[in-house]
Structure formats: C-alpha cells, structure tokens
Ligand binder design. Structure first.
Ligand SMILES: C[S@@+](CC[C@H](N)C(=O)[O-])C[C@H]1O[C@@H](n2cnc3c(N)ncnc32)[C@H](O)[C@@H]1O
Length: 259
C-alpha cells in the first residue's frame, strides 16, 4: 500500500517532523562544540535547556509552525527528566508501538486522528439524498463514526471508508463487522489510491496540508452532480458554494461544493 501514488509532487517536501529532528541534532552538535571550545562543564539539565533553546530558535528562523516552538524547547529537557526516572524501557516500547499504530504516517501526511463531532454527523445527514440510493466515501475514516452513524440514518445509501492508520482501521472494521452495518465497508487504503468517480458524496476531515491536492483529485475524478464536503478545512481560492455551521465545541463548519 502506498500513500504517495497519484499524490502531487508539491506534497513531497521534507516533513516538518524531519526538519524539527534535524534542528535538534544541529542544536545538540553546536552546544557540545561550544561547551568543549569554552571548556564549560554543563550539568545535564543546563545542557538540555541550552539545546532546547537553540532548537526552538532554529525552528523560528526556519519558519516552522508556531506550535513547534514549545515542542522544540521542551524536547531535550523532557528527555533528560525522563532518563532520570526509573520507568522500565518496555513502557516506552509499548507507548511507541501504540502511537505508531494509532497515527501511522501522520509525520508525513500531517493528518492526525481526531474525530468529527455528533453535531457534524447530524449536519451531514441533512445533505444526503433521502429517497434514492447513493454512494458515500469518508476519506480518512478514522474509527468509522461518520460511516456507522450515516448508514443508520440512510439505509438506502452505501458507505465506504478508507483509512491508513492500522489501529483506527481495525477498530472501524470490527465495529462495522460486529455492529451489523451491512451497507458499510472500510478499506486499509490511502485516499490517494481511491477512484472518486464511483461516489456521489465524498467527505473529508483532514488538515490544511492535503486540501489543494485533494481539490485537484475531486475536480479530476468526481462526476457532475456529485458533492464534496470538507469538515473545517477549506480550499484556497475555491470558496465553497454552501457553508453549514454547527454548534459543537469547536463551532465546526462544513464546506460544500457541488460539481
Ligand atoms: C481527522 S481524522 C477524521 C476521522 C473521521 N473521518 C471523522 O471525521 O471522524 C483523519 C483521518 O485520516 C487518516 N488519513 C490521513 N491520511 C490518509 C490517507 N492518505 N489515506 C487514508 N486515510 C488517511 C488519518 O489516519 C485519520 O484517521
């Protein structure tokens, strides 16, 4: 399975997490060199704080998103504190495996797992055909909440989801299989490998990063009369034809484009 098939070139630049790591390494090397040159004996915590401060400065200079700054600042100090505790290494292995299975290629796609609210599900309901069969796809279907909800409210529809992260995929697959949702299907597949021509409605709740590429895909593949709906993230230079406001915690908005 590949995430990159049919994915435009512009998305294949260095992922921010790789840049952040490189900046940490650079800060580590520079602080080590400076301490040696100036024959300073730094305590582990002073060394860690110096590395963090320098890495955060580099992140600022390389124009990383603002939220990287506290991460960069606290990463090495947190590492120093953790190494000073007696937590068994196996705990870190399990935590790493859990994160890996839950988030999978988020470091590259920049689309983490977070879930649409019930209010968003209800707003989606109002946009689906009432009396006729139709096909719907959730691009990045998470744990399957959107699909299972809509398949109950619209039994005449067929609902598909694609998801790349193993744990959310497995969860949604089990949920659908044992919940008896016969008009619902999920696939362990990248959304970039789906042919959108088969669907009357495509829904996405991703992040700002893939929206321009996804718009191109929608334009190329979806048939006239089909509907594209994005939760929260809009498409630059392509204002939606309709906006639905919800009163959930984040005041999520649904953006709709009919082809
Ligand atoms: C913000 S969550 C949305 C979950 C669900 N659609 C909802 O609205 O509750 C985005 C999901 O997209 C998945 N994802 C990210 N990139 C993907 C890709 N290229 N193909 C399929 N799924 C992807 C992530 O693993 C994550 O579970």
């Amino acid at each position: 399975m590949s995430d990159s098939v049919a994915q435009p070139q512009r998305m294949r630049k260095i992922p921010p997490v790789a840049l952040a790591l490189l900046l940490q390494l650079l800060a580590f090397v520079l602080v080590t060199l400076a301490a040696n040159l100036l024959t300073l004996t730094l305590s582990p915590y002073t060394f860690a704080i110096a590395c963090g401060a320098l890495a955060a400065t580099f992140s600022h200079l390389t124009k990383q998103a603002r939220w990287w700054l506290p991460i960069q600042l606290l990463f090495v100090p947190a590492l120093a504190i953790t190494l000073n505790t007696n937590i068994p290494p196996i705990v870190f292995l399990f935590a790493f495996l859990l994160m890996l299975l839950l988030y999978w290629s988020t470091f590259r796609t920049q689309v983490p797992l977070y879930l649409s609210s019930n209010k968003v599900w209800q707003a989606l309901e109002t946009q689906l055909p009432v009396d006729q069969p139709f096909s719907f796809i959730d691009l990045g279907s998470g744990i399957g909440g959107v699909l299972t909800h809509l398949s109950r409210t619209h039994p005449q529809g067929t609902f598909h989801g694609v998801e790349t992260a193993p744990l959310p995929f497995a969860w949604s697959w089990l949920r659908i299989k044992f919940g008896g949702y016969r008009n619902c299907h999920v696939y362990w597949r990248s959304l970039w490998d789906c042919d959108l021509a088969q669907y009357d409605v495509a829904f996405a709740y991703l992040s700002p990063v893939p929206m321009a590429a996804l718009w191109e895909k929608v334009q190329k593949e979806m048939h006239p009369g089909s509907l594209f709906i994005s939760n929260t993230f809009t498409v630059a230079d392509h204002p939606p034809q309709k906006i639905l406001q919800t009163d959930d915690l984040h005041h999520s908005e649904l953006y709709l484009w009919r082809k």
